[in-house]
Write a protein that binds this ligand. Structure first.
Ligand code: SF4
Ligand code: SF4
Length: 620
């Protein structure tokens, strides 16, 4: 059956086709859609969970695979850093059931964070990595990745980039394979499943390297990489991997009017990023006078072919990033293919074909991203601002560290409150560093609920142990909202799942021995500001839990916080409400400010910003 699916969904369907027993992951753009789509299917025989973080997700998946069943673990590139401690150990041990680790990179940093090239992690872990160039290939390679994992008895990486993870294509989907109901293996083998001692560890390392070599032999046998040599030797050869390979033909078409002849060019489309396809690369070197490498981010393939070229005494030219033709930054598309062709063949291709459609970029509105209408974080930002002012301090005198997720949007206007963002949970620990450095004004850390569970809790434990003067504001909107409303351990419901226990942050904090702890409603800005102000004046670790459900999610459940009305005759269009809240429900009318009833959640945060009684609460 043909289905229009994304790259993320292709992995989901591919895993079902492979009879996957368990799927675990932590949400993170651009990988989220894979596990989300499986959850939406309400599968009976396949267990699917959003885990508390990627390390936990990987360990759960490893347990399934060590028991002889198939498991998929999903994460974005930043999550791989979290999971990597365990992953490298799991790679050493190998696995009996197929274990596929799906990591999604984000060249161009479309979702913020870094342009991490996770292919290097495969090299470090001696793990095979497959990288499809299209959605259809993603589906096929997912099934293959499970088979490969079981043949080599080791985990296999599957890597996508944003351009494939979120792209749609029609793919022929086969019937899922029934999930194995075989009894789990219980293998007691400390030589494989522990790391205690140099002998055990080095033996496992040896096995790991052998598994990687075996993976290379298998992928060579099945000809996963697509090699196409021109009839006439001595011309141009292009190595392309990932999404760059998908743009080759379009690039060739664009260059054709300028004398480019497809028949004269050899291509190697690389689907097996690691181990490097030595035999095919050597064939290209033997056949071609010039080698062009097209790959996003780091010059990984380029370095691989340079090594082979040196071994062979290759006398031709190799061009890519290391000689400065291409950038390590951003996404690749047709312009990069054309640019590469032009740099080698000098066909006189006009500049506009090399730089792509910059017009679209110019037209993009340059406006800061802010929180949604009715977002509870708005009240918290305004309250922190008020608390700072109550202490007769200015915003640029009080360090407010930020964290990953919607909560970071307090860095943007109109709030301009948050100074930093590193990684999941880092706000709490980074703040402690500022205290140690001798910052004299109160230091505030802000974090969301999901991020707190993911990694922030460890930073808090550290602060408590070392008795740091710190105010932590946990902005608990009950969902992992930024990535599309996934559940986290504090979410009050798990979308109907039977086995589920909510973990209440309000019970965790006192259990950690924190004396100064308050739960506040961020829609009550005055009370929240008063509590944060009080916290900032006290010594030691103080925690303020600003709890109110995400407005989007609440509205989906038919909830409404209240109703706010504009008293037109009182409004002088001073726009203060708009400037303080930045709420998108506001717009400028002819005589008064207007509130879009479709957008307004009735949070009431704006009411007190108006000094003319032009905003009033109504009975909902
Ligand atoms: S009550 Fe005010 S701040 Fe809240 S959503 Fe409506 S317009 Fe925006
Ligand atoms: S509602 Fe109040 S704050 Fe907003 S523009 Fe009118 S007078 Fe100014």
């Amino acid at each position: 059956m043909k289905k229009l699916i994304t790259g993320n969904e292709a992995i989901a369907y591919g895993a079902l086709r492979a009879g996957v027993k368990a799927v675990t992951g932590y949400p993170g753009t651009p990988s989220t859609g894979c596990l989300s789509s499986l959850l939406a299917m309400n599968l009976v025989d396949t267990y699917v969970e959003w885990s508390v973080n990627e390390k936990v997700a990987l360990e759960v998946a490893a347990g399934v695979a060590w028991s002889g069943h198939r498991a998929l673990c999903t994460m974005k590139m930043s999550g791989l850093n979290v999971a990597y401690d365990s992953l490298i150990s799991v790679a050493y041990s190998g696995c009996d059931g197929g274990l596929v680790v799906y990591v999604a990179d984000d060249p161009g940093a479309n979702a913020g964070m870094c342009e991490q090239d996770s292919r290097s992690f495969a090299v470090m872990a001696d793990m095979p990595m497959l990288e499809p160039a299209t959605v259809a290939e993603t589906y096929a390679l997912t099934k293959f990745a499970f088979d490969l994992s079981e043949r080599i008895k080791g985990p296999v990486f599957l890597r996508l980039v944003t351009g494939i993870a979120d792209s749609y294509a029609e793919v022929e989907i086969e019937q899922p394979v029934p999930v194995s109901q075989a009894a789990p293996l219980l293998i007691k083998d400390i030589q494989r499943f522990t790391k205690a001692g140099a002998v055990i560890a080095t033996n496992q390392h040896r096995d790991l390297i052998q598994r990687l070599e075996q993976a290379g032999q298998i992928t060579d046998e099945v000809r996963l990489n697509k090699l196409s040599l021109s009839v006439k030797p001595g011309g141009l050869g292009i190595l392309a991997s990932g999404i760059a390979a998908a743009y080759l033909e379009e690039g060739f078409e664009a260059a054709a009017p300028f004398g480019f002849n497809r028949e004269d060019v050899s291509t190697l489309e690389i689907k097996v990023v690691h181990p490097f396809p030595v035999a095919e690369a050597r064939k290209m070197l033997e056949h071609c006078q010039t080698i062009l490498i097209l790959e996003e981010l780091e010059p990984l393939i380029e370095r691989g072919i340079i090594v082979e070229a040196q071994r062979m005494g290759y006398r031709g030219k190799i061009t890519g990033k290391l000689d400065g033709v291409f950038s390590r930054i951003g996404e690749y598309g047709v312009p990069q293919v054309v640019q590469g062709i032009e740099s080698v063949l000098r066909l006189g291709i006009p500049e506009n074909l090399l730089s792509g459609n910059t017009q679209a970029l110019k037209l993009a509105a340059a406006r800061p991203i802010t929180v949604c209408a009715g977002c509870p974080h708005r009240g918290t930002y305004i309250a922190i601002d008020k608390a700072i002012k109550k202490l007769r301090l200015k915003k640029n005198e009080v360090m407010v560290t930020g964290d990953i997720g919607c909560t970071i949007l307090g860095m943007n206007p109109p709030f301009d409150l948050i100074w930093t963002e590193i990684s999941m949970g880092a706000s709490v620990s980074l703040a402690q560093g500022y205290v140690h450095a001798g910052v004299k004004t109160p230091v505030i850390a802000t974090i969301g609920d999901s991020t707190f569970f993911h990694a922030g809790i460890a930073g808090l434990v550290n602060a408590i142990q070392h008795q740091i003067d710190l105010t932590l504001v946990i902005m608990d909107n009950r969902w992992t909202a930024m990535t599309g409303m996934q559940v986290n351990p504090g979410t009050p419901c798990n979308n109907g799942a039977s086995a589920y226990q909510e973990i209440d942050i309000a019970r965790i904090i006192p259990a950690l021995g924190i004396e100064h702890f308050w739960t506040v409603d961020p829609f009550d800005v005055e009370e929240t500001a008063g509590v944060i102000h009080q916290a900032m004046t006290l010594p030691g670790v103080k925690v303020v839990l600003a709890r109110q459900e995400c407005a989007i999610q609440a509205q989906r459940q038919g909830k409404q916080a209240g109703k706010v009305r504009v008293v037109e005759e009182n409004c002088n269009l001073c726009k203060l409400c708009l400037m303080v809240t930045g709420c998108s429900a506001f717009s400028l009318g002819a005589n008064a400010i207007e509130i879009d009833p479709e957008l307004c959640y009735g949070c009431g945060v704006c009411i007190e910003t108006c000094h003319h009684d032009a905003l009033v609460a109504e009975e909902a």
